[in-house]
Design a protein around this ligand. Structure first.
Ligand SMILES: *[C@@H]1O[C@H](CO)[C@@H](O)[C@H](O)[C@H]1NC(C)=O
Ligand SMILES: *[C@@H]1O[C@H](CO)[C@@H](O)[C@H](O)[C@H]1NC(C)=O
Ligand SMILES: *[C@@H]1O[C@H](CO)[C@@H](O)[C@H](O)[C@H]1NC(C)=O
Ligand SMILES: *[C@@H]1O[C@H](CO)[C@@H](O)[C@H](O)[C@H]1NC(C)=O
Length: 248
């Protein structure tokens, strides 16, 4: 008896929900499935470097799968700050290649917040805000602050940039365009770089020797080999340490 009532209630709910949806007038098109961050960035037209970096670090598939789960569970969603191609072009030459594969992962994850923020809800975010890179080997946080002319700035402590237009603003995914790469403090804080891209063309502090090993961020097809050789480098460092351990 009770179960028959439950079944009837379920049918009723099924009948009512579509009617309610149909009534909601929809220029704010509700997505028909989980969002695809790669497709959204491609549509934006000026994010090819960021897309390539996401692919090489497997963060495109990771984020898309997280978005799929978040969509299915109506979870907290995600926010991406997407640097334009221009932003990458303005980096000191060799900046990306100076990073190991793992650091490139952290760089990409440092642009992704594990929480959906509309422009308005940023106001309620409490600084520092965690990113997908937060935790493992550093805080990798961002500070988000309102500027006088009713805009938002996002800062890593090394780079500060104004948040531009949204490429996506439907939960579970917000994507905002930014004109600078959010260089994490943890990777670039020591060498105070991008602020003054002067003639000091210096050798990047981290990984001078890993330039070749980490795999060119610029190569379209380098992800697996890059990962492999980064791992190989890790192993050889570990091996060297072990040998030294024996000798000493
Ligand atoms: C997301 O979009 C990209 C580019 O359009 C496509 O290659 C990829 O297969 C899509 N991924 C999923 C999970 O639909
Ligand atoms: C998305 O999640 C559903 C379950 O909610 C699963 O059946 C499907 O395979 C997932 N798709 C992808 C591309 O991960
Ligand atoms: C970020 O905000 C926190 C809390 O307000 C503050 O302590 C910290 O100094 C800020 N960091 C940067 C880089 O602005
Ligand atoms: C916001 O960022 C822009 C770009 O870096 C900078 O010029 C401006 O001074 C910042 N505004 C505030 C209030 O920090």
């Amino acid at each position: 008896m009770a179960s028959r009532i439950a079944v009837a209630a379920a049918f009723l709910a099924l009948a009512v929900v579509p009617a309610a949806l149909a009534q909601a007038p929809g220029p704010a098109a509700t997505p028909s499935g989980p969002p695809n961050v790669t497709a959204i960035l491609e549509k934006g037209g000026q994010y090819t470097t960021f897309i390539r970096l996401m692919k090489e670090t497997q963060q495109d598939t990771q984020l898309n799968s997280q978005l799929n789960s978040s969509y299915a569970s109506n979870g907290g969603g995600y926010t991406v700050f997407a640097p334009t191609d221009n932003a990458f072009n303005n980096l000191k030459p060799g900046t990306l290649n100076s990073l190991t594969q793992q650091q490139q992962v952290a760089l990409v994850q440092g642009h992704v917040l594990p929480q959906f923020y509309s422009m308005d809800s940023f106001q309620t975010a409490s600084n520092p805000v965690r990113t997908q890179a937060s935790g493992r080997d550093g805080p990798y946080t961002l500070n988000i602050t309102a500027t006088t002319n009713n805009q938002l700035n996002v800062s890593t402590g090394v780079v500060e940039v104004t948040v531009n237009n949204a490429l996506s603003a439907v939960k579970p995914l917000a994507v905002y365009s930014v004109d600078k790469v959010l260089l994490p403090f943890e990777l670039f804080g020591a060498e105070a770089p991008a602020a003054a891209p002067t003639a000091s063309e210096g050798k990047p502090k981290k990984g001078g020797s890993s330039d070749a090993a980490s795999g060119p961020a610029g190569a379209d097809d380098a992800a697996p080999t890059g990962a492999a050789s980064a791992r190989a480098l890790g192993w050889s460092v570990a091996g060297l340490a072990a040998v030294l351990g024996y000798l000493l």
